[in-house]
Design a protein around this ligand. Structure first.
Ligand code: ATP
Ligand code: MG
Length: 141
């Protein structure tokens, strides 16, 4: 099966919990590899562009302000079925509804501060990766 790529963010609340290692271990234990990584603080403009599809939602302002509140780890994850696999490892958007053992169940605080982002389709993955990484920054593993 072809290797798929997806985009992942460790959000500011999980960064504050010193959980990079635990979260990456969960990806690796499930067969995903880190093909690119960048630790940064998002600008307001970049966060707004990234979440453009949610612009009209009531939580948009809060979401952008949270996502720019501290460092984040941006990653490209690669592996078989990476988009769907990552969503499974992450768990449901609302940490209270996320299955036991998922990242959001372990490190999420609430709907907004839910520890991680993961692309919801191969098309979104391509758009999101191109927002944050040059093609040359993503390793072909
Ligand atoms: P993500 O896109 O971050 O992987 P998702 O695809 O599970 O999460 P979306 O519906 O795309 O969820 O929402 C994007 C993000 O917006 C969520 O991860 C969450 O942080 C925030 N969000 C979604 N719904 C709410 C809400 N009702 N209240 C506050 N924040 C929300
Ligand atoms: Mg989403």
């Amino acid at each position: 099966m072809a290797i798929e790529k997806t985009f992942s963010i460790i959000k500011p609340n999980a960064m504050k919990k010193n959980a990079i290692g635990d979260i990456i271990s969960m990806f690796e234990a499930n067969g995903l590899k880190i093909a690119a990584a960048k630790l940064t603080i998002l600008s307001k403009a970049k966060a707004e562009e990234f979440y453009a599809e949610h612009k009209a939602r009531p939580f948009f302002g809060e979401l952008v302000s949270f996502m720019t509140s501290g460092p984040v780890l941006l990653m490209c994850l690669a592996g078989e079925n990476a988009v769907a696999k990552n969503r499974e490892i992450m768990g449901a958007t609302d940490p209270k509804k996320a299955n036991v053992g998922t990242i959001r169940a372990k490190f999420g605080d609430n709907m907004g501060e839910n520890a991680v982002h993961g692309s919801d389709s191969p098309t979104s993955a391509e758009r999101e990766l191109s927002l944050f990484f040059e093609k040359s920054e993503i390793c072909n593993l």
